[in-house]
Design a protein around this ligand. Structure first.
Ligand code: PNS
Length: 158
């Protein structure tokens, strides 16, 4: 059974994230979509909200499971007996950060590889921060995020 962990802040989940989970679950038997409970940057949505939105957004993906984690990613991945960490890669601008993270994780835990999935061109510009910024300024994020996120952003009065 090949297991992967797809970690992130998911603040909130976007259609780009959902696309990565769909594609990762074609490669792996089980994908843990792992939300970091206490991200470095302050989260707009609390962990419970992020978890609820993510669960609803990937409900259709049978091989994916939403969880949250704290502490080191590699420790969580080891507990889950994961073979790989999956990350989505958008533009070149993602590369430095992802490169540093992948190599640091590999140094700490050489048996877990980081695998990158190229984000679909439809979502190559998309990020959770951009979604929040557009929503806060009254723009439409329809088509960029799952329906559950749209509803949540509207409810918050953004
Ligand atoms: O969606 P993000 O914010 O780019 O995800 C970043 C995340 C959660 C994958 C990263 O911050 C992380 O793995 N944090 C856990 C702490 C850790 O293991 N740090 C060392 C990695 S170099």
């Amino acid at each position: 059974m090949k297991i992967a962990v797809y970690p992130g802040s998911f603040d909130p989940v976007t259609n780009g994230h959902v696309d990565i989970v769909e594609r990762a679950s074609k490669i792996f038997d089980l994908v843990y979509v792992a939300i970091i409970a206490n991200p470095e940057k302050d989260a707009y949505f609390d962990i419970k909200e992020r978890e609820e939105m993510l669960k609803s957004a990937i409900r259709h993906i049978r091989k994916a499971k939403v969880e949250s984690f704290d502490g080191l990613l590699v420790d969580y991945a080891e507990r889950k007996k994961a073979h790989a960490i999956v990350r989505g890669l958008r533009a070149v601008s993602d590369f430095d950060y992802e490169f540093q993270m992948a190599l640091t994780n590999l140094r700490m835990c050489p048996k877990i590889e980081t695998i990158f999935i190229m984000t679909d061109y439809k979502y190559s510009y998309l990020s959770s921060s951009l979604v929040k910024q557009i929503a806060f300024l009254g723009g439409s994020v329809s088509g960029l995020v799952p329906r559950v996120v749209l509803k949540k952003l509207r409810k918050r009065g953004t």
